[in-house]
Ligand binder design. Structure first.
Ligand code: FUC
Length: 782
């Protein structure tokens, strides 16, 4: 009996050790912003520094931006389009870029910037820093609770902080182990000049103001509810003396309604938020938050194996990763990506920008806006496969607005129908070419984003979404290219232009990436219109034009050509790998459908090298997974999981990798690398694009009629045993996989609808019939 109990206990503890806690933790407060821990509810975001005597909670609200509703289109730019194209066809790139600079760019030439909002500052005068022992600061990914715990003069203090989506609030709970020992001052500090801090009759603090020179007006409102002790107000701050515990609730809002409407009332919004807060206890707010968060986070689990290092603080683990062999840190990176997506992109809010929704600066890198020549899309790469499909809805809402602003740009710049977005957009949905003609004029931003609509349909099988939301947007994106594709005088084939291969080589006609994206978009629209039984004529037109688009080409070095001409430089190590779009996230170039192109694409990636910036590593990781080379992918992962630093006085050289809070560094921090990495970890374990696909094929698996599952296609040898559950595949199948000794043990498949599924593993394929809602197990037959 006793033996049995001991072995059961052993089995349990081994299991807990194998999983490792899904937690980031530290023995010291954050000094730098990239050491602070993020919480967010897809509306408000906050960074928790965790100082014992002085707590700083730096917060953001997604719609605090510079600027105002504005149409960025350049009226009449289309009159110069033919001339710009002709100059490019004549080999006069500089003249074309100069003319475009004068006549073809966004008005104004730059878009607006995401802003910081403010700080919630808590000062604890009775807790000198040097009295603090047993300090611990953590973020639990299973509950989305941040915690700070320490002891001072024999009293244990605890802070618990979360950002709740159901209430749209940031909530801070302060407790102490001895009654009456909690004394602190709570204040708000604005990131903007001219903000007014006021104390309302009910004791709440407000911070009102307007972004300088812009239309956004904001209000933050703080309620402090202390149990025991007494309160005072001093210099616009709330002072609590001798309380047992306290709950602080922060609401924040702006007057932003949509890209054309800033008539909202932030004060009214915050009053409603506070009514919500008053109607619930701390326990109820907390329970509501955890239940909401778990509904999403709990859908997928991952175990890549045990790590002895799993008990060490996160910053130490990042430093030791290369030597320690810490697979559980990779699990943590995957789940952190999911956490960050849930925290920054929820229905009803803005899409995740270059920093998600966390931003300390009023002059952030690249304005922390939406760069859609890779970054915005990469933010959403894990959404479907990691079972967080609804987190992508804010992007689709933004696209509904972009289809409006982008229609004006299509008309004014190209005299075309449909809609177009160039390489960036902002809160005001600027869609015209910005910054400089050599890279700002890139036509396929809206088209690439539109492929996400189709993928969302493939993963979810949601026909109503396809009909009502996706198809009209996809059709408009395709219409633009129906109206603007031109014949390449040399080959007679259809190309885009003027455009560029992001962000190198300058203004050109027909870069490879554009052609891949447009061919894929046309294929998606053809498939969608067939499923919906609409637009037969338009479908015919697209089918004909699609075949005429200039094909992919293999160049003199055995590479996949990045441009129409064979001018790639094999020494070019540029971070963008745009022409490999067809391998990932596209699926025109596949191992079994187009082996020659596949080999050429691989050669191109080898030329580009392994070293890269944050998001570029994220892309290369996914590409190596698609090249079915798990060990090469793992090598890139080791570069990504290394200590990052920014170029500053303390670090004369900058280094991409992970900051102490596991934010990915471009550098500086840019969140796309986190999302690219999370997507890639899934891509190593499961691929669901059809590996027999070709440039022009629309196989049943590519239209969602059937599903294709490639199990453990790129499993790194560093993860010999493990399991994953809750991954999603195209065709609407949910997949769990267990492996041991580097080999598949079994996979479980579940589809909502009856579905024919091809399962591939280690070169063998079997075809299965899934019954609706029933779990099917495969293993031995493969
Ligand atoms: C693109 C990239 C840069 C950066 C910026 C936000 O312009 O080329 O590296 O990520 O987006």
């Amino acid at each position: 009996m006793r033996k049995l109990v001991v072995s059961a206990w052993l089995a349990l503890s081994v299991c807990a050790f194998a999983q490792g806690p899904l937690e980031l933790w530290y023995r010291q407060p954050a000094k730098l912003w990239v050491e602070a821990l993020p919480v967010g509810n897809g509306h408000l975001g906050a960074m928790i520094f965790g100082g014992a005597a002085h707590e700083r909670i730096q917060f953001n609200e997604q719609t605090v931006w510079t600027g105002e509703p504005h149409d960025y289109a350049h009226p009449g730019a289309y009159r110069y389009l033919a001339q710009i194209r002709q100059l490019l066809f004549d080999g006069k790139q500089k003249e074309a870029e100069d003319l475009a600079t004068r006549e073809f760019m966004s008005v104004p030439i730059r878009q607006r910037a995401y802003q910081a909002f403010g700080d919630l500052l808590l000062d604890f005068p009775g807790i000198p820093e040097d009295s603090v022992t047993e300090y611990r600061r953590s973020l639990d990914l299973e509950t989305a609770l941040a915690k700070v715990e320490f002891t001072s003069h024999g009293v244990t203090y605890r802070r618990e902080i979360f950002a709740s989506y159901p209430s749209k609030l940031l909530v801070v709970r302060l407790t102490a182990s001895q009654p009456g020992s909690l004394s602190f001052t709570a204040g708000l500090k604005s990131a903007h000049e001219g903000s007014a801090i006021q104390v309302l009759a009910d004791g709440d603090l407000t911070m009102n103001g307007q972004v300088k020179g812009g239309a956004i007006r904001y209000q933050a409102r703080l309620m402090v509810d202390a149990q025991g002790g007494h309160r005072e107000t001093l210099d616009g701050k709330t002072v609590i003396i001798g309380a047992d515990s306290a709950t602080l609730v922060l609401a924040g809002a702006t007057n932003f309604v949509n890209f054309r409407d800033v008539s909202g009332d932030p004060a009214k919004h915050n009053v409603q938020s506070m009514v919500w807060a008053h109607s619930r206890s701390y326990g109820a707010l907390r329970a509501e938050h955890i239940a909401d968060y778990r509904k999403l986070f709990g859908r997928a689990t991952l175990d890549l194996g045990a790590s002895a290092a799993a008990t060490r603080p996160t910053d130490e683990r990042i430093r030791a990763f290369a030597q320690a062999g810490d697979p559980q840190l990779v699990t943590l990176l995957f789940q952190y990506g999911r956490y960050l997506l849930i925290s920054s992109s929820r229905p009803g809010g803005q899409p995740a920008n270059l920093q998600g929704l966390w931003n300390e600066s009023n002059n952030p890198p690249w304005d922390s806006k939406y760069t859609d020549n890779i970054n915005t899309e990469m933010n959403y790469w894990p959404a479907e496969v990691a079972n967080l499909a609804e987190c992508q809805l804010p992007l689709f809402d933004a696209m509904k607005e972009l289809a409006q602003s982008g229609a004006t740009v299509a008309y004014e710049h190209y005299n075309a129908g449909g809609w177009v977005v160039h390489h960036n957009f902002d809160l005001w949905r600027g869609a015209a070419p910005i910054n400089a003609s050599n890279h700002g004029i890139w036509q396929t931003g809206g088209a690439w984003l539109s492929t996400h609509l189709w993928e969302h349909y493939l993963f979810t099988g949601d026909r109503q979404f396809l009909r009502d939301t996706a198809y009209p947007l996809m059709k408009g994106a395709a219409q633009f290219f129906v109206d603007t594709l031109v014949k390449d005088p040399k080959s007679g084939r259809l190309i885009t232009g003027p455009s560029n291969s992001p962000e190198q080589g300058g203004l050109v006609m027909g870069p490879t990436m554009d052609r891949e994206i447009v061919r894929t978009l046309f294929g998606d629209v053809i498939a969608a219109s067939r499923i919906l039984g609409v637009d037969a004529e338009f479908r015919e037109k697209l089918t004909g034009m699609r075949q005429q688009i200039a094909p992919l080409q293999i160049g003199q070095y055995g590479q996949l050509q990045e441009w129409l001409e064979d001018k790639d430089d094999p020494k070019n190590e540029h971070r963008h790998v745009s022409h490999l779009w067809a391998v990932y996230p596209g699926s025109e170039v596949t191992p079994y459908g187009t082996p020659e192109l596949f080999k050429a694409a691989r050669q191109s990636l080898i030329f580009r090298g392994d070293a890269a910036t944050g998001w570029s590593m994220g892309w290369k990781l996914n590409l190596w997974a698609r090249f079915l080379d798990g060990d090469h992918a793992h090598k890139i992962l080791q570069n990504l999981v290394s200590p990052a630093n920014d170029k500053d006085a303390t670090h004369p050289t900058s280094h991409a990798g992970l900051y102490a809070n596991m934010f990915d560094a471009h550098p500086p921090f840019q969140i796309d690398g986190n999302f690219g990495a999370a997507a890639a970890i899934a891509e190593m374990l499961l691929q669901s694009d059809d590996p027999h696909g070709t440039e022009l094929s629309l196989t049943p698996a590519q239209t969602g009629e059937t599903a294709f599952l490639h199990l453990l296609p790129a499993l790194p040898s560093a993860f010999p045993a493990g399991s994953v559950s809750g991954l999603r595949a195209r065709g609407g199948v949910e997949v769990g996989i267990t492996w041991r000794g580097g080999k598949l043990v079994q996979a479980t498949l579940k589809s909502d609808q009856a579905k024919k599924v091809t399962v591939r593993y280690a070169g063998k394929e079997v075809v299965l019939d899934l019954a609706a809602g029933r779990v099917k197990t495969v293993g031995g037959e493969l």
